[in-house]
Design a protein around this ligand. Structure first.
Ligand code: TPP
Ligand code: MG
Length: 685
């Protein structure tokens, strides 16, 4: 068989596996895999530096399928290249990541060929995609990550990190705002290790893109500062290969390849129609399409002789050679730069260096106190010096969020200074969320920051962090009504409830400066959970920990801060963040009146829920029904802790524009109201 014929056979294997899997599942997206099989073939078999034997080799090129609905492209290529499975501890499992049986069971429970690419579930998937635009935006984080890693770890003669990032996207991805934010940032940063390939097929679900998407996309990317290339025929493998080669030679700017394609390529009745996008072709159409490919019409899930060998001789051989020479290089590197090599090892396993928490501040008791954001800034500056690969920044609010790393040598990440640890995301919260994910996928400990209210603008990416089990960090300040005069557009209400509702996300709202320290101490060692910090803008009194329980209780999510004299509380006040001091003040008054009150500091529902029942019952004894929660946020969900007999002082409306003191009065966040409500609960006047 000539080489050309073999290539066609390999490409058509990707196509027909995709067609058959979607048909068997009676759901899925056949048209885009049919069109993009030659692209994926070319990237993987001709360009990518990836070893299927070791899909987590640190210097591998990354492949992102941002149009995640075309997941059969990934399942086909992972299967045909015999990419191996690894487990959550990064150990190789000795079997393929995606078997032919998984593909036969596409979209079925427990199959390693799920509906959309899922990081952690399928080895070889670099990031979870499906929400359009997220994949390409995340790829920008990966590209920033590679630049930073190269800057810190590469040494003359030791290009330990020199990988590239390829991301494929559709019309949908490029209509989404998150992709525009990310493309703008990538252009600004001149990320020449990043290549996006746009599947320009003019088709989305509702029809031709003439009805929605008529701008000059290429001109837009030129304006962003990208190098823009065009391949006019998605079946022209040589042209695709050439464009990819141009990308690798391009310096100082990212590359955008416009690839003109035909959705459902080869299907006599469905090519170029939206019907090819998201439904099985149907048995008769499949026969006709296979005939058009010169494929046996009745064969299903067929991998013809020679196809596996063809990939083994391409990406398999190239990848193995590259990885072996990298491993040898890294052995020499380890001998010459043992400390840096150890950092790389630790990072790969998401572990922390020894002494990561040394010099963390302790804040002395102080009635005037310290703002949550101030304490956070101090902690971040210590941690970033202890953990070289902790880096991040804000969406243009660093002076307010107090996230700037100000110590000598921290530096600013820019095109010319890729070793800087201060990232400037610009006013691009959604892309920031995705970039933080991309950095975390690169094993960097990354954080992003903005006002808590604008967490909404990053929420889809935060949700993906949790779904991917990434240890990202989001530092959100101005967590309640404290920026008073800015008014209700800037005052978060439902945000805590909405973030607490994301499975696996740890949301923390510390009540004083020492709780901020303990919050970081808790979240830093996390390896598989993202964390959100909700921090105050205004100073919060620093509690006297000789009178009150130690702030280390934060690690349990909630703890008894101060109890009724002699224990046996009759009423429990539960508070987080800025309302903790309110609970303490009310408690003192109640105790002075002979009422046995207890204050529970509850910075994190999520962490508390993971404690054993005995602990939870010791903090919130089931017998004590008089419970009052106080939080400057939506009351939504607090019933679970205060119960039917309890009450919540919280927000049922939006806030208002006024000085904080007046807002506290208007919305009832005053000790007198807490005292009165507690007494009501106890039936006392
Ligand atoms: C954020 C988001 N919105 C909507 C969808 C639903 N959706 C999936 S594919 C698709 C159309 C995408 O069109 P295009 O990217 O051109 O893909 P093609 O059909 O060309 O493969 C839509 C609307 C989604 N997955 N993510
Ligand atoms: Mg399209």
């Amino acid at each position: 068989m000539t080489d050309d014929k073999m290539v066609q056979l390999a490409v058509n294997t990707i196509r027909t596996l995709s067609i058959d899997a979607v048909q068997a599942a009676k759901s899925g997206h056949p048209g885009t895999p049919m069109a993009l099989a030659p692209l994926v073939y070319t990237i993987w078999n001709r360009a990518m530096r990836f070893d299927p034997q070791d899909p987590i080799w640190p210097n591998r090129d990354r492949f992102v399928l941002s149009n995640g609905h075309a997941s059969m492209l990934l399942w086909s290529i992972l299967h045909l290249t015999k990419t191996q499975a690894v487990d959550a501890d990064y150990e190789s499992l000795g079997h393929p990541s995606v078997s032919l049986d998984d593909i036969r069971r596409f979209r079925q429970l427990d199959s390693r060929a799920p509906g959309h690419p899922e990081y952690r579930w399928v080895s070889g998937v670099e990031t979870t995609t499906g929400p359009l635009g997220q994949g390409v935006a995340t790829s920008v984080g990966m590209a920033i990550g590679q630049k930073w890693l190269a800057s810190r770890y590469n040494k003359p003669g030791f290009p330990v990190f020199d990988y590239d990032i390829y991301a494929v996207c559709g019309d949908g991805c490029l209509m989404e705002g998150v992709a525009s934010e990310a493309a703008s940032l990538a252009g600004h940063l001149g990320l020449d290790n990043l290549c996006w390939i746009w599947d320009n097929n003019h088709i989305t679900i509702e029809g031709d893109t003439r009805i929605t998407f008529t701008e000059d996309v290429a001109a837009r990317f030129l304006a962003y500062g990208w190098n823009v290339l065009r391949v006019g025929d998605a079946n022209d493998i040589d042209r695709i290969e050439h464009a990819l080669a141009v990308f690798r030679k391009t310096e100082g700017r990212p590359t955008f390849i416009v690839l003109d394609s035909h959705i459902g390529y080869g299907s006599p009745h469905k090519q170029d129609t939206p019907e090819a996008h998201g439904e099985p072709l149907g048995e008769e159409e499949i026969r006709l399409t296979k005939r058009a490919y010169g494929w046996p019409e009745d064969a299903q899930f067929l991998v013809p002789d020679g196809v596996y060998d063809h990939f083994a001789a391409g990406i398999g051989k190239r990848g193995a050679t590259l990885r072996k020479s990298w491993t040898a290089l890294f052995t020499d590197y380890r001998a010459k730069f043992p400390e840096l090599a150890t950092e790389i090892d630790l990072m790969q396993r998401r572990e922390l260096p020894a002494g990561w928490d040394r010099n963390l501040p302790t804040f002395p008791a102080d009635p005037k106190g310290v703002a949550g954001r101030e304490a956070s800034g101090k902690v971040l500056n210590v941690l970033a010096q202890n953990v070289p690969w902790l880096l991040g920044g804000s969406a243009d609010l660093a002076p307010s969020n107090k996230t700037a790393l100000t110590y000598e040598g921290a530096g600013s990440f820019q095109a010319g200074t890729p070793g800087g640890k201060n990232l400037h995301y610009g006013i691009r919260e959604h892309a920031m969320g995705a970039v933080v994910n991309g950095l975390s996928l690169s094993k960097i400990r990354a954080f992003g920051s903005t006002f808590f209210i604008f967490s909404d603008y990053a929420r889809p990416a935060i949700r993906l962090s949790a779904l991917m089990e990434l240890p990202t960090i989001f530092v959100f300040t101005h967590d309640a009504m404290s920026d008073g005069e800015d008014g209700p557009t800037h005052q978060p209400v439902e945000h805590l409830a909405s973030l607490r509702a994301i499975p696996g996300l740890v949301t923390l709202r510390p009540g004083d400066a020492n709780e901020v320290v303990e919050a970081y101490r808790y979240l830093m060692p996390l390896r598989h959970e993202p964390a959100v910090l909700a921090l105050s803008r205004q100073p919060l009194p620093t509690l006297d920990r000789t009178r009150y329980a130690p702030a280390a209780g934060v690690a349990k999510g909630a703890y008894v801060l101060v109890d009724a004299p002699g224990g046996k509380p009759e009423v429990i006040l539960i508070a987080s963040g800025s309302e903790l001091i309110l609970a303490v003040q009310a408690h003192e008054k109640l105790v002075a009146e002979g009422i046995r009150s207890r204050v529970v500091s509850m910075p994190s529902w999520d962490i508390f829920e993971h404690q054993p029942k005995e602990y939870r019952d010791s903090v919130l004894p089931p017998a004590v029904k008089a419970r009052l929660a106080i939080e400057q946020a939506s009351t939504f969900g607090w019933e679970r802790y205060v119960g039917d007999a309890g009450r919540v002082i919280g927000m049922k409306t939006f806030g208002a524009s006024a000085p904080l003191k007046e807002l506290q009065k208007r919305f009832g966040f005053e000790p007198e109201r807490v005292v009165a409500t507690a007494k009501e609960l106890l039936g006392r006047k």
